[in-house]
Design a protein around this ligand. Sequence first.
Ligand code: F6P
Length: 537
Amino acid sequence: MKTDWKFLEKAMRQSRKISLRGQFADDPARARKFSMKAAGWFLDYSKNLVNVRTMTNLFKLAESAGVKTEIARMFAGEKINVTENRAVLHTALRNRDPKAQIFVDGKDVMPDVRAVLAAMGDFSDRVRNGAWRGATGKRIKYIVNIGIGGSDLGPVMANIALTPYSKRSLKCFFVSNVDSTHIAETLRSVKAAETLFIVASKTFTTQETMSNAHAAKDWLVKKLGADAVARHFVAVSTAKDEVAKFGIDTANMFGFWDWVGGRYSLPSAIGLSLMLAIGKRNFGRLLDGYFAMDEHFRTAPLERNMPVILALLGILYSNGYGAESYCVLPYDQYLSRFPAYLQQMDMESNGKCVDKSGNPVIFRTGPIEWGEPGTNGQHSFYQLIHQGTHMIPCDFIGCCQTHNPVGDLHDKLMANLFAQTEALAFGKTADECRAEGVPENLVPFKTFPGNKPTNTLLCRKLTPETLGALIALYEHKVFVQGVIFDVFSYDQWGVQLGKVLAKGVLQDLTAETVELKHDASTNQLIARYRKAVGRKA
Ligand code: F6P
C-alpha cells in the first residue's frame, strides 16, 4: 500500500493553528485525552501540536500505509527484509508464550529460540556460581564483550541500565573500537586467569571485532598458553564456520539467526554479557517486558497504540514541520547510553533515500536522533531547544521511584523533568516578563516562545521489565515510520562503501611502497600519515 500523504497535509492544517496555551486553557480534559498506558509505561503526549482532528488524520496516514497489515506480516515471519531476503523476527526472541509457533521457510523457529536461551541460562549460572572456571582453576571475575554496533550498543546500554540487578563481583567491560586504546586499556583492567571473553558478532567477519578478538587471544595465550583459550573464550554468532576458524570451540558458541538484525539483537544470545551480569531470571524479566510491549503493539488499535502514536507524532514534525532531529532525554542516570543505543536502531534502520521500489523518496525519512541524560543536558544544549531556531521535538523519560534514594535528589530530578516540559510547552510571553519587572531592553532575551512539542514517558521504576518494554516501544516506532516512509528498515547497505574503501586505504597505509590513486585530498592525507609513522612516501 502506498502512503497517502494528503493526510499529513490535513493534519498540518490543524496543527499549525495550535497554541498549547490555548488548547490547555480551553480543554480541561486535554491531558487525559492525550495520554495512555502500555506495558508499564505511561505516555503523556498532550504537549504536542495536535488536536483530535490532527490525530485522526495522522491515524488515517498510518492506515493508508497499511501499518496494521505490515505489523501482522512482521510478527508472522514473512520475509519483509526484501533486499536480504530475510524475515524480521526479533519479536520471536522474546515471545514468552510457551505454545507459540512461528514459521520461517516452513520451520518453527521457537524450539531453537528456547534452546539457545536455555543454554545461555545454563552457562551463565555456571559462570556466576563458579562451576565454570578459568584454565588455572580460578573463578571468572571479569567479562569482556568484544563486539561493535548491534553487538555492543545494546549490551552496553542494558548493562548500565540494569546495574542495580547485576552481580557486583562480576565486572563487565565492552570493547568495540578498532582504536587499540580500547582493548589495551581494557586488558590493563583485567586479570587473564579470571577473564572470560565473549566475541559477539553476527557475521564473525567484522574488522573491528575480529581485530580486537585476535588481540585479546594473543594476550591470553601469552599469559596462560594456547590451551587456555577454550576456558576463556566463547562466541555469539550466526557463523559457526567462522567461529571454528577463529579457534573457539563451537560447543561454546551461542547461536542466533539471520532473521535477527544486529541492532535488534539484544534479546538474542548477543545479550549473553547482560545475562551473566544480571542472571537468567532477570534476563527473563527483560524479555517479559519486551513481550508485553510486543503484544500491545500487535493487538492494540492504531488509535490506542503507543508505538504508532510516537511514530506519527515524529512524522508530523519531521515531514510537516521540517524538524531534522528529535531528542531523547532520559531523566535516569542508568539510561545514560539509551540515546546512543537508539541512534543505531533508528538511524541505521530508516536512514534511507530510496523507497521499496528503488525510487528516490521525496520526503524526509529517518530523523537524526540524539540526547543525553537529564539534568546534564539542561546545562548544555537545552538553550537551543528553548530559544534556538530549530524545532527539536523531545521525548522525556522518567522513573517515579529511584533505586538510590539520597535525600531529596530524586524529587529534584523529577521536578526538573516536569518543569522542562512545562517551559517548552508554555514558554514565557513578553508581557509576563514585563509583569515580573524585566527591564524593557532585556524583554526579547528573556522571552520564551513555547509551543515546543514534547512527549513524556513515565514508569514506576526502571526494572528489567520496564527496560524491555521501553526498547520494544522504540523498535516498533521505528518500524511504523519505515512502513509509512515505504523504505526497507532492516538492511543497512549504507555502511558498506566506507568498509570496502577502508580495506584499500589500509593497504596504502601499510605497504612498503605505494602509488596512490585516490583523489588529491585522500592521497595527501595518506602520504602525510605514512611520513608521520616513518613509511616511505
Ligand atoms: O556496520 C554495521 C553493522 O553491520 C551493524 O548493522 C551491526 O550491528 C554491526 O555492523 C556489527 O556486525 P556484526 O555483529 O556482524 O559484527
